[in-house]
Design a protein around this ligand. Structure first.
Ligand code: ADP
Ligand code: MG
Length: 349
């Protein structure tokens, strides 16, 4: 214990938000020092990670759709479960080493926020990867807890709070009280599905094939869950499915809202199910405390309004939904001595 405190003087403390879309790393005392896509470039067929400095993060994402046939870019946590241990390990090690490279002799203490849907075995694999990357101590923290801390919710107090964390691959809905998750559900409907709904709409209504990045851009520029603000329109470019030739067409915010309805409803349903399962005393607290939204998906215009109408509760956005989980891991690190016993899993080497 004393030794550990001494060692901390010579090493860094690192908080990692291992997201399905983006990985953020913060260092105690410095804030967020890395924010890159959770993407790894691999050799097609073998799934072997590219042996170059461009294999992970931004440089890997830039390769998406532009790579020679033998290389492909993968998101190893896309569904909130680890699809490939080796690829996930390579990614985590790249990020940890990139941040720790400029630092000290002694390995960092690391807190990693992981999707709440991953299994114990997967959690251990994440911990082992961090140890292999040079970490001295590792804790994993369930993402909704990290999000709640980052959003400033009274997660350790005897009152219930509710967080809905809408990422790229998963939406995590959790009700917390006394530093623990009382009820939680992780569904595989999130930002990616909104993009896919736009892709299907463009095929169905215009015979136009558009790429994932274009779909995401449309969502961010004119997407909404409810009519808020002025209706707008933009041009979408893609390939005509009949002629095979490049083409553009104008689309409106109204039709995109219509196209997003199904995945938006699925997110609303998950929130309603979780509320229905809450103990009455916790439900009573939520009447006052309301629902807090986190994750990049929470930035979809009007989503708060839709959830407010469906639940009759007050819904607010975390201050910075995209960095909320990373901020939570940083705050956790600051209080590590007090809070580490509440964590279900840790590894000491
Ligand atoms: P994860 O934690 O799973 O890595 P993030 O919290 O980083 O996910 O959120 C990524 C998702 O948020 C993506 O689907 C992205 O398209 C979406 N997103 C980011 N900004 C916006 C925005 N302004 N409007 C709607 N969706 C957004
Ligand atoms: Mg996330």
């Amino acid at each position: 214990m004393i030794l550990d405190s001494l060692l901390s003087w010579f090493s860094v403390d690192m908080g990692i938000d291992l997201g399905t879309c983006n990985t953020l790393v913060c260092v105690r005392g410095e804030g967020i020092v890395l924010n890159e896509p959770s993407v790894v470039a691999v050799h097609k067929g073998t799934n072997k990670v590219l042996n170059s400095g461009q294999a992970v993060g931004w440089s890997a994402k830039e390769m998406l759709g532009k790579t020679p046939g033998s290389i492909t870019a993968i998101r190893p946590l896309k569904d909130g479960v680890i699809s490939d241990f080796e690829i996930t390990e390579a990614m985590l090690q790249y990020f940890i080493r990139k941040v720790n490279g400029r630092s000290r002799l002694i390995g960092p203490r690391v807190v990693i926020a992981v999707p709440s849907g991953i299994t114990t075995v997967e959690k251990q694999a994440v911990e082992t990867s961090a140890i292999n990357a040079g970490a001295r101590l590792v804790w994993t923290l369930e993402e909704p807890i990290a999000a709640a801390i980052g959003a400033g919710l009274p997660f350790a107090e005897p009152t219930a709070s509710m967080i809905v964390d809408i990422g790229g691959g998963t939406t995590e809905v959790a009700i917390m009280s006394l530093a623990d998750i009382a009820t939680c559900e992780s569904v595989r409907v999130a930002g990616d599905d909104l993009d896919e709904a736009i892709i299907s709409h463009m095929k169905r209504s215009y015979n136009l094939m558009i790429g994932e990045q274009t779909a995401e851009r449309i969502k961010i520029q004119i997407g909404s869950a409810a009519p808020v603000g002025e209706e707008t329109s933009i041009e979408a470019r893609g390939r005509d499915m009949i002629s095979g030739l490049p083409r553009k067409t104008v689309i409106t915010s109204e039709e995109i809202r219509e196209a997003l309805q199904e995945p938006v409803n699925a997110i609303v349903e998950a929130v309603l199910r979780t509320l229905e399962r809450a103990e009455p005393e916790l439900a009573a607290d939520l009447v006052d405390n309301g629902i807090t939204l986190a994750g990049g998906g929470a930035l979809l215009r009007g989503l708060d309004v839709v959830l407010q109408n469906a639940t009759g509760m007050e819904v607010r956005l975390a201050e910075d939904p995209l960095t909320c989980v990373a901020a939570g891991t940083a705050i956790f690190l600051e209080n590590i001595d007090e809070w580490k016993d509440t964590l279900e899993s840790s590894m000491d080497h």
